[in-house]
Structure formats: structure tokens, C-alpha cells
Design a protein around this ligand. Structure first.
Ligand SMILES: [Fe+2]
Length: 161
């Protein structure tokens, strides 16, 4: 006969969960903003290398969504919620460098790279901040930094001299 067992919601220590939420939440919000603003750029790019930039921006958007999902689910796996509602994203993430309207590809690439660089600042802060607290959450931030830096390279290669 089996006895009912009480299982804890997560395997984590509350301090670890709080630190993961503190450092990964800004990364999630920035990435969610990138999925929206990257689509804006995808739709309005004009000029040189149109098709390549148009398609690359969709790849950047897809990666941003995947990265956001990985970081958000790390927080939730540790037992805490994340507020990534669109109103919260709009409130907490700095305005995008992507302008409204049709924009030349070279300018738009610089704008998206500026948005990525803002996320990289938060990602680096997460890597540093989680170093002594939770290596598993830090690994999530490292994976995101590696991926964002690769996408940044693919974008910058279009405009680098
Ligand atoms: Fe599309």
C-alpha cells in the first residue's frame, strides 16, 4: 500500500530562485521586446540586401523567442512566476531603436544591434550576478549570450567595412 506523499513544488532553495528571477527577468523582458521589434524591422526593411536582411531578421526573432522561453522556464522551474505581460515589457524595457516606417537596411541593422546590445548588458549582469549563486541559471544566461552574440555578428557583417 502506498502512502500519499507531499512533494515540494521545486527542488530549489528560495535564495537561488529569487536570484534567478532577479537576474533572468530583465533578460526575458528584453528578449520579448526583441521578438516584437524584430518583426517590425522584418516588415519594414528596404534597400540593399533586402531579402537576406528580411529573412535574417526572422531568424533573430525566432532565436529571441526561444531564448526568452528558456530563461522564463528556468525561473518557473525554480518555483517563481515571471511577469512578461506586454504592458510590463513596455513599462520596463527601454524604447526600441527601431523606428516606425520603412527604413533602409543598413540603418535598421544598426537599430536592431543597439536593441541586442541592451539585452547583452542585462545578460552579462546575469552571468556575473549568478556566478556564486546558481551555476545552472548562469548557464542559461551564458547560452543566451553566446546565441545573441552570434546573431549580432550575422547582422553586423552586413554593414561592417
Ligand atoms: Fe515574414
Amino acid at each position: 500500500m502506498s502512502k500519499a506523499q507531499t512533494i515540494s513544488t521545486t527542488a530549489s532553495d528560495p535564495t537561488v530562485a529569487a536570484a534567478a528571477a532577479q537576474f533572468l527577468s530583465p533578460v526575458v523582458l528584453g528578449l520579448q521586446a526583441l521578438t516584437v521589434n524584430g518583426k517590425q524591422a522584418h516588415w519594414h526593411v528596404r534597400g540593399a540586401n533586402f531579402i537576406g536582411v528580411h529573412e535574417l531578421l526572422d531568424t533573430v526573432v525566432a532565436h529571441a523567442g526561444d531564448f526568452a522561453d528558456t530563461a522564463a522556464e528556468r525561473i518557473v522551474a525554480l518555483g517563481l512566476p515571471i511577469d512578461a505581460r506586454l504592458s510590463t515589457v513596455a513599462d520596463k524595457v527601454a524604447a526600441s531603436s527601431v523606428p516606425a516606417g520603412f527604413t533602409q537596411s543598413t540603418e535598421l541593422i544598426r537599430n536592431i544591434v543597439a536593441d541586442i546590445d541592451a539585452i547583452l548588458v542585462d545578460t552579462k549582469a546575469a552571468i556575473d550576478g549568478l556566478d556564486e549563486i546558481d551555476l545552472t541559471s548562469q548557464d542559461v544566461a551564458i547560452e543566451i549570450m553566446r546565441g545573441l552574440e552570434k546573431d549580432r555578428w550575422f547582422l553586423v557583417a552586413h554593414v561592417a567595412e
